[in-house]
Design a protein around this ligand. Structure first.
Ligand SMILES: Cc1cc2nc3c(=O)[nH]c(=O)nc-3n(C[C@H](O)[C@H](O)[C@H](O)COP(=O)(O)OP(=O)(O)OC[C@H]3O[C@@H](n4cnc5c(N)ncnc54)[C@H](O)[C@@H]3O)c2cc1C
Length: 399
């Protein structure tokens, strides 16, 4: 019998794949239902894959570890496989793939129903506490009983999203069998910044080019939507640099360029014309039509200017200062919102201890791992679920 520990994305995929090969499979899930985290993904829509799923979108000590799994199960294969299960998908212009129903619940339903239909024994409320070697197989310690399995796939996920099932349980199970775990960091997570300025921006969304630096050394860059919150910044462009922020630790500065398509001098020229045309315009409206009103007003305050100051009174130097603030609005980063709010864990079980062609442990034949528990994390945009499917499929096919 094959035991799969964890009824999330990778576990359900591994279970289905092994069952398709006629194996007797038991799927053990500690929560009352399988796929709980999946229900929260993509804001309830489940961004289940990405057309551009390729190794360069993944991180970890050795991101090339993903090559065989991704080559065997790319985005097209994932869409086709889900279609064979009864799930239709759509691909958005940016490559993100969603269920046609726009409901994460549909993804869980097709996986759960097909797994049950193929004879997978789904055991929920069933936490595996330890795994021990017994002969050529394994003995799994459950709360009240022990379970024997010839092969085991650990699909316990990572620490991210604790409220929807994230935990360190998988790392501990594998460490108990001699595997090593790297340091763990929250990734795809909101950043906390100094709040004096951003508090006034709560709820504002803006497109910007972001750069993250530490003691003047550039660390990461991204562009896209930023959402201001009471604690700092969120949104896809922030998620893209959050891994670097999390790993780097302190002394971080976030610089936002709200008009990357214009130079500072071009912006200053636009402001000069505006001041000539509308000399009575109060400072509070100076950037109206260029940026979100509240953002414009905050930038003026950032420059130390009065919001009731008429446009005619602004000097060349002050206009240049505003243009500079639009291009280089700087916020000291004080941390991240942590694992509770993160979408994925950076770090995990060291991949060099697993064979990338099969996902079998190099230390313990018959033991496999898939999904987030391994030291692999993906960019924002469906890459993490794609890794869960591709690795779950590979482990389920080769054991
Ligand atoms: C809010 C949120 C939104 C996200 N949105 C997206 C998105 O849109 N697109 C995307 O690609 N990724 C997204 N992710 C990331 C993605 O959900 C995960 O990377 C992916 O689910 C990992 O799959 P997994 O199978 O490794 O782990 P999981 O899906 O987390 O499944 C692990 C399962 O194992 C169970 N388990 C753990 N330990 C034990 C044990 N000892 N015994 C029994 N069961 C155990 C857990 O309860 C859990 O059900 C999101 C994550 C979060 C938190």
């Amino acid at each position: 019998m094959i035991a799969i520990i964890g009824g999330g994305a990778s576990g359900l995929m591994a279970a289905l794949t092994a069952a398709e090969r006629g194996e007797q499979v038991v799927l053990l899930e500690r929560q009352p239902r399988v796929g709980r985290k999946l229900l929260s993904t993509g804001n309830g829509r489940c961004n289940l894959s990405n057309l551009h799923s390729a190794p360069e979108h993944y991180h970890g000590d050795d991101y090339a570890f993903t090559v065989p799994a991704l080559a065997a199960f790319d985005a097209a294969a994932a869409r086709q496989y889900f279609r064979s299960l009864g799930l239709l998908t759509v691909c958005e212009p940016d490559g993100r793939i969603y269920p046609l129903s726009n409901q994460a619940g549909s993804v869980v339903d097709v996986l759960r129903l097909n797994a049950a239909g193929r004879g997978v024994a789904l055991r929920t409320d069933c936490q595996v506490q330890a795994i021990r070697r017994e002969g050529t197989g394994f003995l799994l310690q459950l709360e009240q009983e022990q379970l024997r399995a010839q092969q085991v796939i650990v699909c316990c996920g990572g620490c991210a999203g604790a409220k929807v099932g994230g935990s360190s349980s998988g790392y501990r199970l594998l460490e108990g069998l001699g595997h090593r775990c790297t340091r763990l960091y929250p990734a795809l997570v909101q950043l906390k910044t100094e709040t004096a300025l951003v508090r006034a921006l709560k709820g504002v969304r803006a497109d910007a080019a972001l750069s993250l630096s530490q003691n003047d050394a550039p660390l990461a860059a991204s562009s896209g939507e930023v959402q201001f919150t009471e604690y700092g910044v969120s949104g896809p462009a922030v998620f893209d640099i959050s891994r670097a922020a999390s790993v780097a630790g302190g002394g971080l500065l976030l610089t936002l360029d709200f008009l990357p398509q214009l130079t500072e001098d071009e912006i200053a020229a636009i402001l000069r014309r505006r001041c000539e045309l509308l000399p009575e315009l109060p400072g509070s409206d100076l950037l109206a039509g260029i940026l979100h009103n509240r953002l414009g007003q905050t930038l003026l305050r950032y420059c130390g200017l009065r919001l009731n100051m008429p446009a005619a009174e602004l000097s060349n130097r002050q206009r240049q200062k505003i243009a500079c603030a639009i291009k280089r609005f700087q916020l000291p980063v004080t941390g991240t919102l942590g694992f509770d709010s993160a979408q994925v864990t950076a770090g995990g079980i060291v991949t060099s201890q697993f064979n990338p062609q099969t996902l079998e442990s190099r230390l313990m034949p018959g033991l496999y791992a898939a999904g987030e528990v391994l030291d692999i994390d993906g960019d924002c945009g469906g890459y993490n679920l794609h890794w869960a499917w591709a690795s779950g499929r590979l482990a389920g096919r080769t054991l």
